[in-house]
Design a protein around this ligand. Structure first.
Ligand code: ADP
Ligand code: MG
Length: 617
């Protein structure tokens, strides 16, 4: 039999490739806009007719092309942006596949006019279904204008699949917004038929957001920034009250390229948890700067998917950045338009700045629960008050009701759970053998069996009762802040702090007024390990307000609860044997050791008879 395999003619190969790159008018617009940005344009104009089905024209004032390049640009895999495969790992331009113009020209009637500054005349090329119809010199401005007419004129099946004009126009506006957001320093305009839809002047990101989404966003933006050696996150998130039921105003850019990622979206949602309803979506425009060698953008021709080599770290950094921004959002009454979000300035170009970033990184990272793993130094402080660490463990409670059994009362936080009466372990019960499981549970042996204690729930309980006591006797030990933070509060938070002043003092917070709606924190409770007093204080207020809405607790109970929640041990934190024993001891010195603050059990007891029964004894 004769050979039957043949290479496809270029025009057909291009048409097939176009299926991936150009799905609809908006995808062609995206490619043309990206080419204009890559060409260094400072002003880009878009003209759309019939939702792009009749015409999409992109005019830029970028560097233009020579006559030869203009012709070459329509060849498949013709690109000026990479030379070899290693360049793929250092990509800073939008384009690199050299496919867009070839694909667009395969399925539309395209006219390109382009001129470089140094040449007197520019070049005009007309090409239809990959066939060059005209190439001639042309006199005009520096830059490039590409018109794409009658998309899919030669592929009727695909033309029929295009959606209605409003739907296609929505896609066009979406693409336009994404590029306009990622380059606030470039001027953009968009005309539909002859109507001006947008005229965006160059400026800062905050201006661009307001220009695109409306004036109501002006007071709703919270700046967000986190710099780490691995990834930088900068941008804005909307205040929780601005969250919407519909999605659409969520933007991630990685090295200025818009990407979709439900995983990273989840990180933002996670940071908003408790602040918005589960069915609401917060506004955000977040820019991630990451070394291109740590990402792969070549996953799909439209390049909106991306692979990170360390996705989890990126997740953690985003969540922490947003959390931190939100933690202080109530001190940002409205957006400060002088805040310069200078995305293109790379911090690593300035060594002194880098050093600062490194310092910030080590501080910030180790201050987040994810990274607070194996550090045990200074833990003793946590256990200072009730039971001295260096004395033999004494599990008996030192209160008047010493010899009674522990009774638990149901409360709002642990509703209708009437627990069994559980005898308190006695001093003799402790054998000194305690260990941690999963850095979350402390297992302690007793003569009558064993205890499994949830370290976070237990510590919350211990602290809560301690703070309640302090609030009653109005004297909590305080540690002085080395650098007393000055915190600007909104007027309602300021009023709240004034209302809580006596209680805050009882807990050990040395707070005083410091000008209008501003306080200074000179001391914080002595038994809390704090790296960031401001964050602690603001977090306490946030938690207080949440509980106030949720549980309508009285002031003292709420404060004790909020501070305990905020400062308790978390799971994942390593404890040494002494700390474990102290924790267990302190738990059983509590009035109500059975439950953590969320109403969850703080421990379970496995007595010997149950253990025997496991083995049929
Ligand atoms: P890619 O952007 O992936 O390189 P394209 O097919 O989009 O591939 O463009 C091919 C080449 O044409 C680009 O590499 C660039 O050199 C040139 N080009 C395209 N559009 C423009 C423009 N607006 N201004 C200047 N050069 C352009
Ligand atoms: Mg391109």
């Amino acid at each position: 039999m004769s050979d039957i395999i043949q290479l496809l003619p270029d025009a057909i190969a291009n048409q097939i490739a176009a299926g991936e790159v150009v799905q609809r008018p908006a995808s062609a617009l995206k490619e043309l806009l990206e080419n204009a940005v890559d060409a260094g344009a400072t002003q880009i104009q878009v003209v759309v007719k019939e939702a792009g089905k009749q015409l999409i024209q992109v005019i830029d004032n970028g560097k233009g092309m020579s006559a030869t390049d203009a012709r070459m640009s329509f060849e498949r895999h013709a690109t000026s942006k990479i030379r070899n495969s290693t360049d793929l790992f250092t990509i800073r331009t939008f384009g690199f596949r050299g496919e867009a113009l070839a694909s667009i020209a395969a399925v539309a009637q395209v006219e390109l006019k382009t001129k470089q500054a140094e040449s007197e005349l520019g070049t005009l090329i007309q090409i239809e279904g990959s066939e060059v119809k005209k190439q001639e010199p042309f006199a005009g401005n520096v830059g490039t204008a590409v018109s794409m007419k009658n998309l899919f004129f030669n592929v009727p099946a695909r033309r029929n699949f295009l959606k209605s004009n409003p739907v296609e126009m929505r896609h066009i506006v979406d693409e336009f917004q994404r590029v306009a957001l990622s380059y606030p320093e470039i001027g953009f305009s968009l005309f539909q038929q002859d109507l001006e839809v947008y005229n965006l002047t160059p400026g800062k990101l905050s201006h661009r957001i307001v220009q695109l989404f409306g004036k109501s966003y002006q007071g709703q933006l919270v700046p967000c920034e986190e710099l780490t050696p691995h990834v930088n996150v900068k941008g804005y998130v909307g205040k929780p009250e601005n969250a919407k039921k519909t999605r659409g105003e969520q933007f991630f850019f990685v090295n200025n390229r818009y990407i979709k990622s439900s995983y990273l979206h989840h990180a933002v949602g996670n940071a908003f948890e408790g602040l918005i309803q589960p069915d609401q979506h917060p506004f955000y425009v977040l820019f991630l700067e990451i070394d291109p060698s740590h990402i792969d953008i070549n996953v799909h021709p439209t390049k909106t998917e991306i692979k990170f080599d360390d996705e989890r770290t990126v997740y953690a950094v985003i969540r922490s950045a947003v959390k931190q921004a939100l933690g202080s959002h109530h001190v940002v009454p409205s957006i400060d338009f002088s805040y310069d979000v200078n995305f293109n300035e790379k911090w690593d170009q300035d060594p002194s700045k880098k050093e600062q970033v490194d310092r910030e990184y080590s501080y910030k990272t180790f201050n987040t629960p994810e990274f607070k793993k194996a550090s045990t130094s200074g833990w003793e402080k946590l256990f200072e008050s009730n039971i001295p660490v260096n004395q033999p463990q004494d599990y008996t409670r030192k209160t008047e009701s010493e010899d009674t059994e522990v009774l638990t009362f149901s409360s709002k936080a642990n509703p209708d759970q009437i627990p069994d009466r559980i005898p308190r372990p006695s001093a003799e019960d402790s054998t000194g053998t305690t260990f941690q499981v999963e850095l979350s549970y402390v297992v302690a042996q007793m003569s009558t069996g064993m205890l499994i204690v949830d370290q976070q729930a237990a510590h919350e309980r211990v602290l809560y009762e301690r703070y309640l006591r302090q609030l009653k006797i109005a004297q909590g030990p305080s540690q002085q802040c080395l650098f007393p933070p000055i915190i600007e509060l909104g007027s309602s938070d300021f009023a709240l702090v004034q209302d809580l002043l006596p209680e805050l003092h009882s807990l050990g917070f040395m707070v005083s007024e410091f000008g209008k709606d501003t306080v200074i924190i000179q001391g914080v409770p002595a038994d809390i390990q704090v790296k960031n007093e401001k964050e602690l204080f603001e977090g306490l207020l946030e938690q207080f307000k949440n509980y106030k809405n949720e549980l309508s607790l009285d002031k003292r109970e709420n404060l004790a609860r909020s501070l305990a929640r905020k400062s308790a041990l978390k799971k994942g934190q390593k404890l040494n044997p002494q700390e474990m024993e102290t924790l267990v001891g302190q738990l059983f010195a509590c009035q109500n050791p059975n439950f953590g603050l969320g109403g969850n059990k703080s421990f379970v007891k496995l007595d010997l008879s149950s253990i025997h029964s496991f083995f049929g004894k």
